[in-house]
Ligand binder design. Structure first.
Ligand code: PLP
Length: 456
């Protein structure tokens, strides 16, 4: 079937719940650059990737031409426990801002993991189980991905080993306990269980870890145990594919109510919620059917899009993962310790990076104090206590709505409310006590990391 005679509506199971994911890359004239083998600098082969990742997920990762991928029945059954997620009109926020803009949010926090990450976790666990694997390994930073994956693994009966960035492991004991309740083994990273962890501990005594470092440990743990593969909760094209369910549902709901967003806004860590939310809307833009704006919102303390380089870089600290062409701050970049708001990854999805470089998308960087001000306003008007990550999108949405007010424009704004913030109360406490500060890396700091980019 060509994509012209298969509009996404064909794939709606019931209400807004789609029964196929949408692969945005199929509609990109200029595709994202291929992943490279870190040793040979040649494009990675499926065979090489299959040593680390599940076979079906490798297929999805390398497929940039198939527009729709059917969602397996078992995954659909799991989705039905918490999907479709609500698309909500933020009337009270609109009123508080006095804006003529119509503001909608797609709320992904209505499941125990508290974020959109469960959408991909359940798909990845399903494919691992179907392949007959014993278990999977992964890293988690703030803890949402590890929580989502441990839920998915419990459901499908898989072992789940999570390397959790040490500072979060210590700051968020309750996240850890949720994962353990679902049966996951949680190890603070860097650990002494892996070669990579031992090396990082020796080179940086007392380090509290980073995502790049935890990735290295999780990959090593997967390849050194029989029947295990590594899974990743963001950045990869396969994750954006699974997250397209967010945008597909939102699009179906908009069609039903007869509205359509002029601007789509999402926070960007590795780019998976944003890539999923914008997918069908960006598809329309790429096919020339409709034009609209897309805005990625990132922390000023970890500004991959707005101040990064578009270059091949390592995805992890130990440089064992494939090289990806993306907007990056360098794989050695670590956001300042006072940064509390998540979205700490040094790189970005290759798909979104290519779209950004083509100027099909915009990006803004926001400082964390203003992010928490937006979070507070949202909590007080709309009732939901937002995750700090999600609050980046709220900040940008409020700014767009205020622009609409000053320009007298009745635009329709859609933003992704990716999750709830119950495990982030230490950050809220800092903010409430007036002790939160903003740290922005200097040009010199960024240059030092750019100098370490691999020469490709
Ligand atoms: C992980 C996470 C993000 C950022 O990840 P992306 O891959 O960029 O979407 C945003 N919000 C929440 C609540 C998260 O858990």
């Amino acid at each position: 079937m060509s994509r012209d005679d298969t509009p996404y509506k064909t794939y709606l199971a019931e209400d807004e719940l789609p029964c196929a994911w949408y692969n945005m890359r199929a509609d990109m004239a200029q595709k994202p650059a291929p992943l490279l083998n870190p040793a040979t600098l040649e494009p990675v082969t499926a065979e090489e990737l299959e040593r680390v990742f599940c076979t079906e997920l490798v297929k999805q990762e390398l497929d940039d031409t198939t527009p729709y991928v059917p969602i397996p029945d078992e995954v659909m059954r799991f989705y039905r426990m918490f999907r479709p997620s609500p698309l909500v009109r933020a009337y009270f926020l609109e009123k508080a801002l006095g804006t003529p803009a119509r503001i909608y949010y797609k709320f992904e926090g209505n499941n125990t993991s508290g974020s959109h990450k469960l959408n991909s976790a359940v798909a990845q666990a399903y494919y691992a189980k179907k392949q007959g694997l014993k278990g999977v390994t992964t890293e988690t930073g703030a803890g949402q991905w590890g929580t989502a994956l441990s839920m998915a693994c419990a459901f499908f009966g898989l072992d789940c080993q999570v390397y959790m960035v040490k500072c979060s492991y210590e700051q968020k004991p309750f996240r850890r306990e949720v994962m353990r309740t679902y049966g996951a083994r949680v190890t603070p990273s860097p650990s002494m269980l892996t070669e990579a962890g031992r090396r990082i501990n020796a080179e940086h005594p007392g380090t509290t870890g980073s995502l790049g470092c935890a990735i290295s440990e999780a990959v090593e743990a997967a390849v050194s145990q029989e029947g295990y593969r590594y899974v990743l909760g963001s950045v990869l094209a396969q994750v954006l594919l699974h997250q397209s369910i967010i945008g597909l549902e939102a699009k179906a709901a908009f069609d039903k109510i007869g509205d359509s967003p002029d601007v789509v806004i999402g926070c960007a860590g590795g780019g998976s919620n944003l890539g999923g939310l914008i997918a069908p809307f960006m598809g329309e833009k790429l096919r020339g059917e409709c034009d609209r704006r897309f805005v990625a919102v990132e922390p000023a303390s970890c500004p991959s899009f707005t101040r990064g380089r578009y270059a091949y870089d390592f995805c992890d600290t130990a440089k064992v993962c494939p090289l990806q062409k993306m907007y990056t701050l360098g794989s050695g970049f670590m956001p300042s310790a006072n940064h509390a708001g998540g979205l700490r990854y040094h790189g970005m999805s290759a798909t979104l990076s290519e779209l950004y470089s083509q100027k099909a998308m915009e990006a803004v960087a926001v400082e964390q104090t203003s992010v928490f001000e937006a979070a507070r306003m949202f909590a007080r008007t709309e009732g939901i206590l937002p995750a700090p990550e999600s609050s980046h999108a709220i900040r940008a949405t409020i700014d767009e709505a205020l622009r609409c007010k000053s320009e007298g424009r009745e635009e329709c704004i859609l933003f992704g409310l990716t999750g709830t913030g119950y495990f982030d109360m230490t950050a809220y406490q800092k903010f409430n006590d007036g002790e939160m500060s903003d740290t922005v890396p200097t040009d010199a700091e960024l240059e030092a990391n750019f100098a370490q980019l691999p020469k490709v």
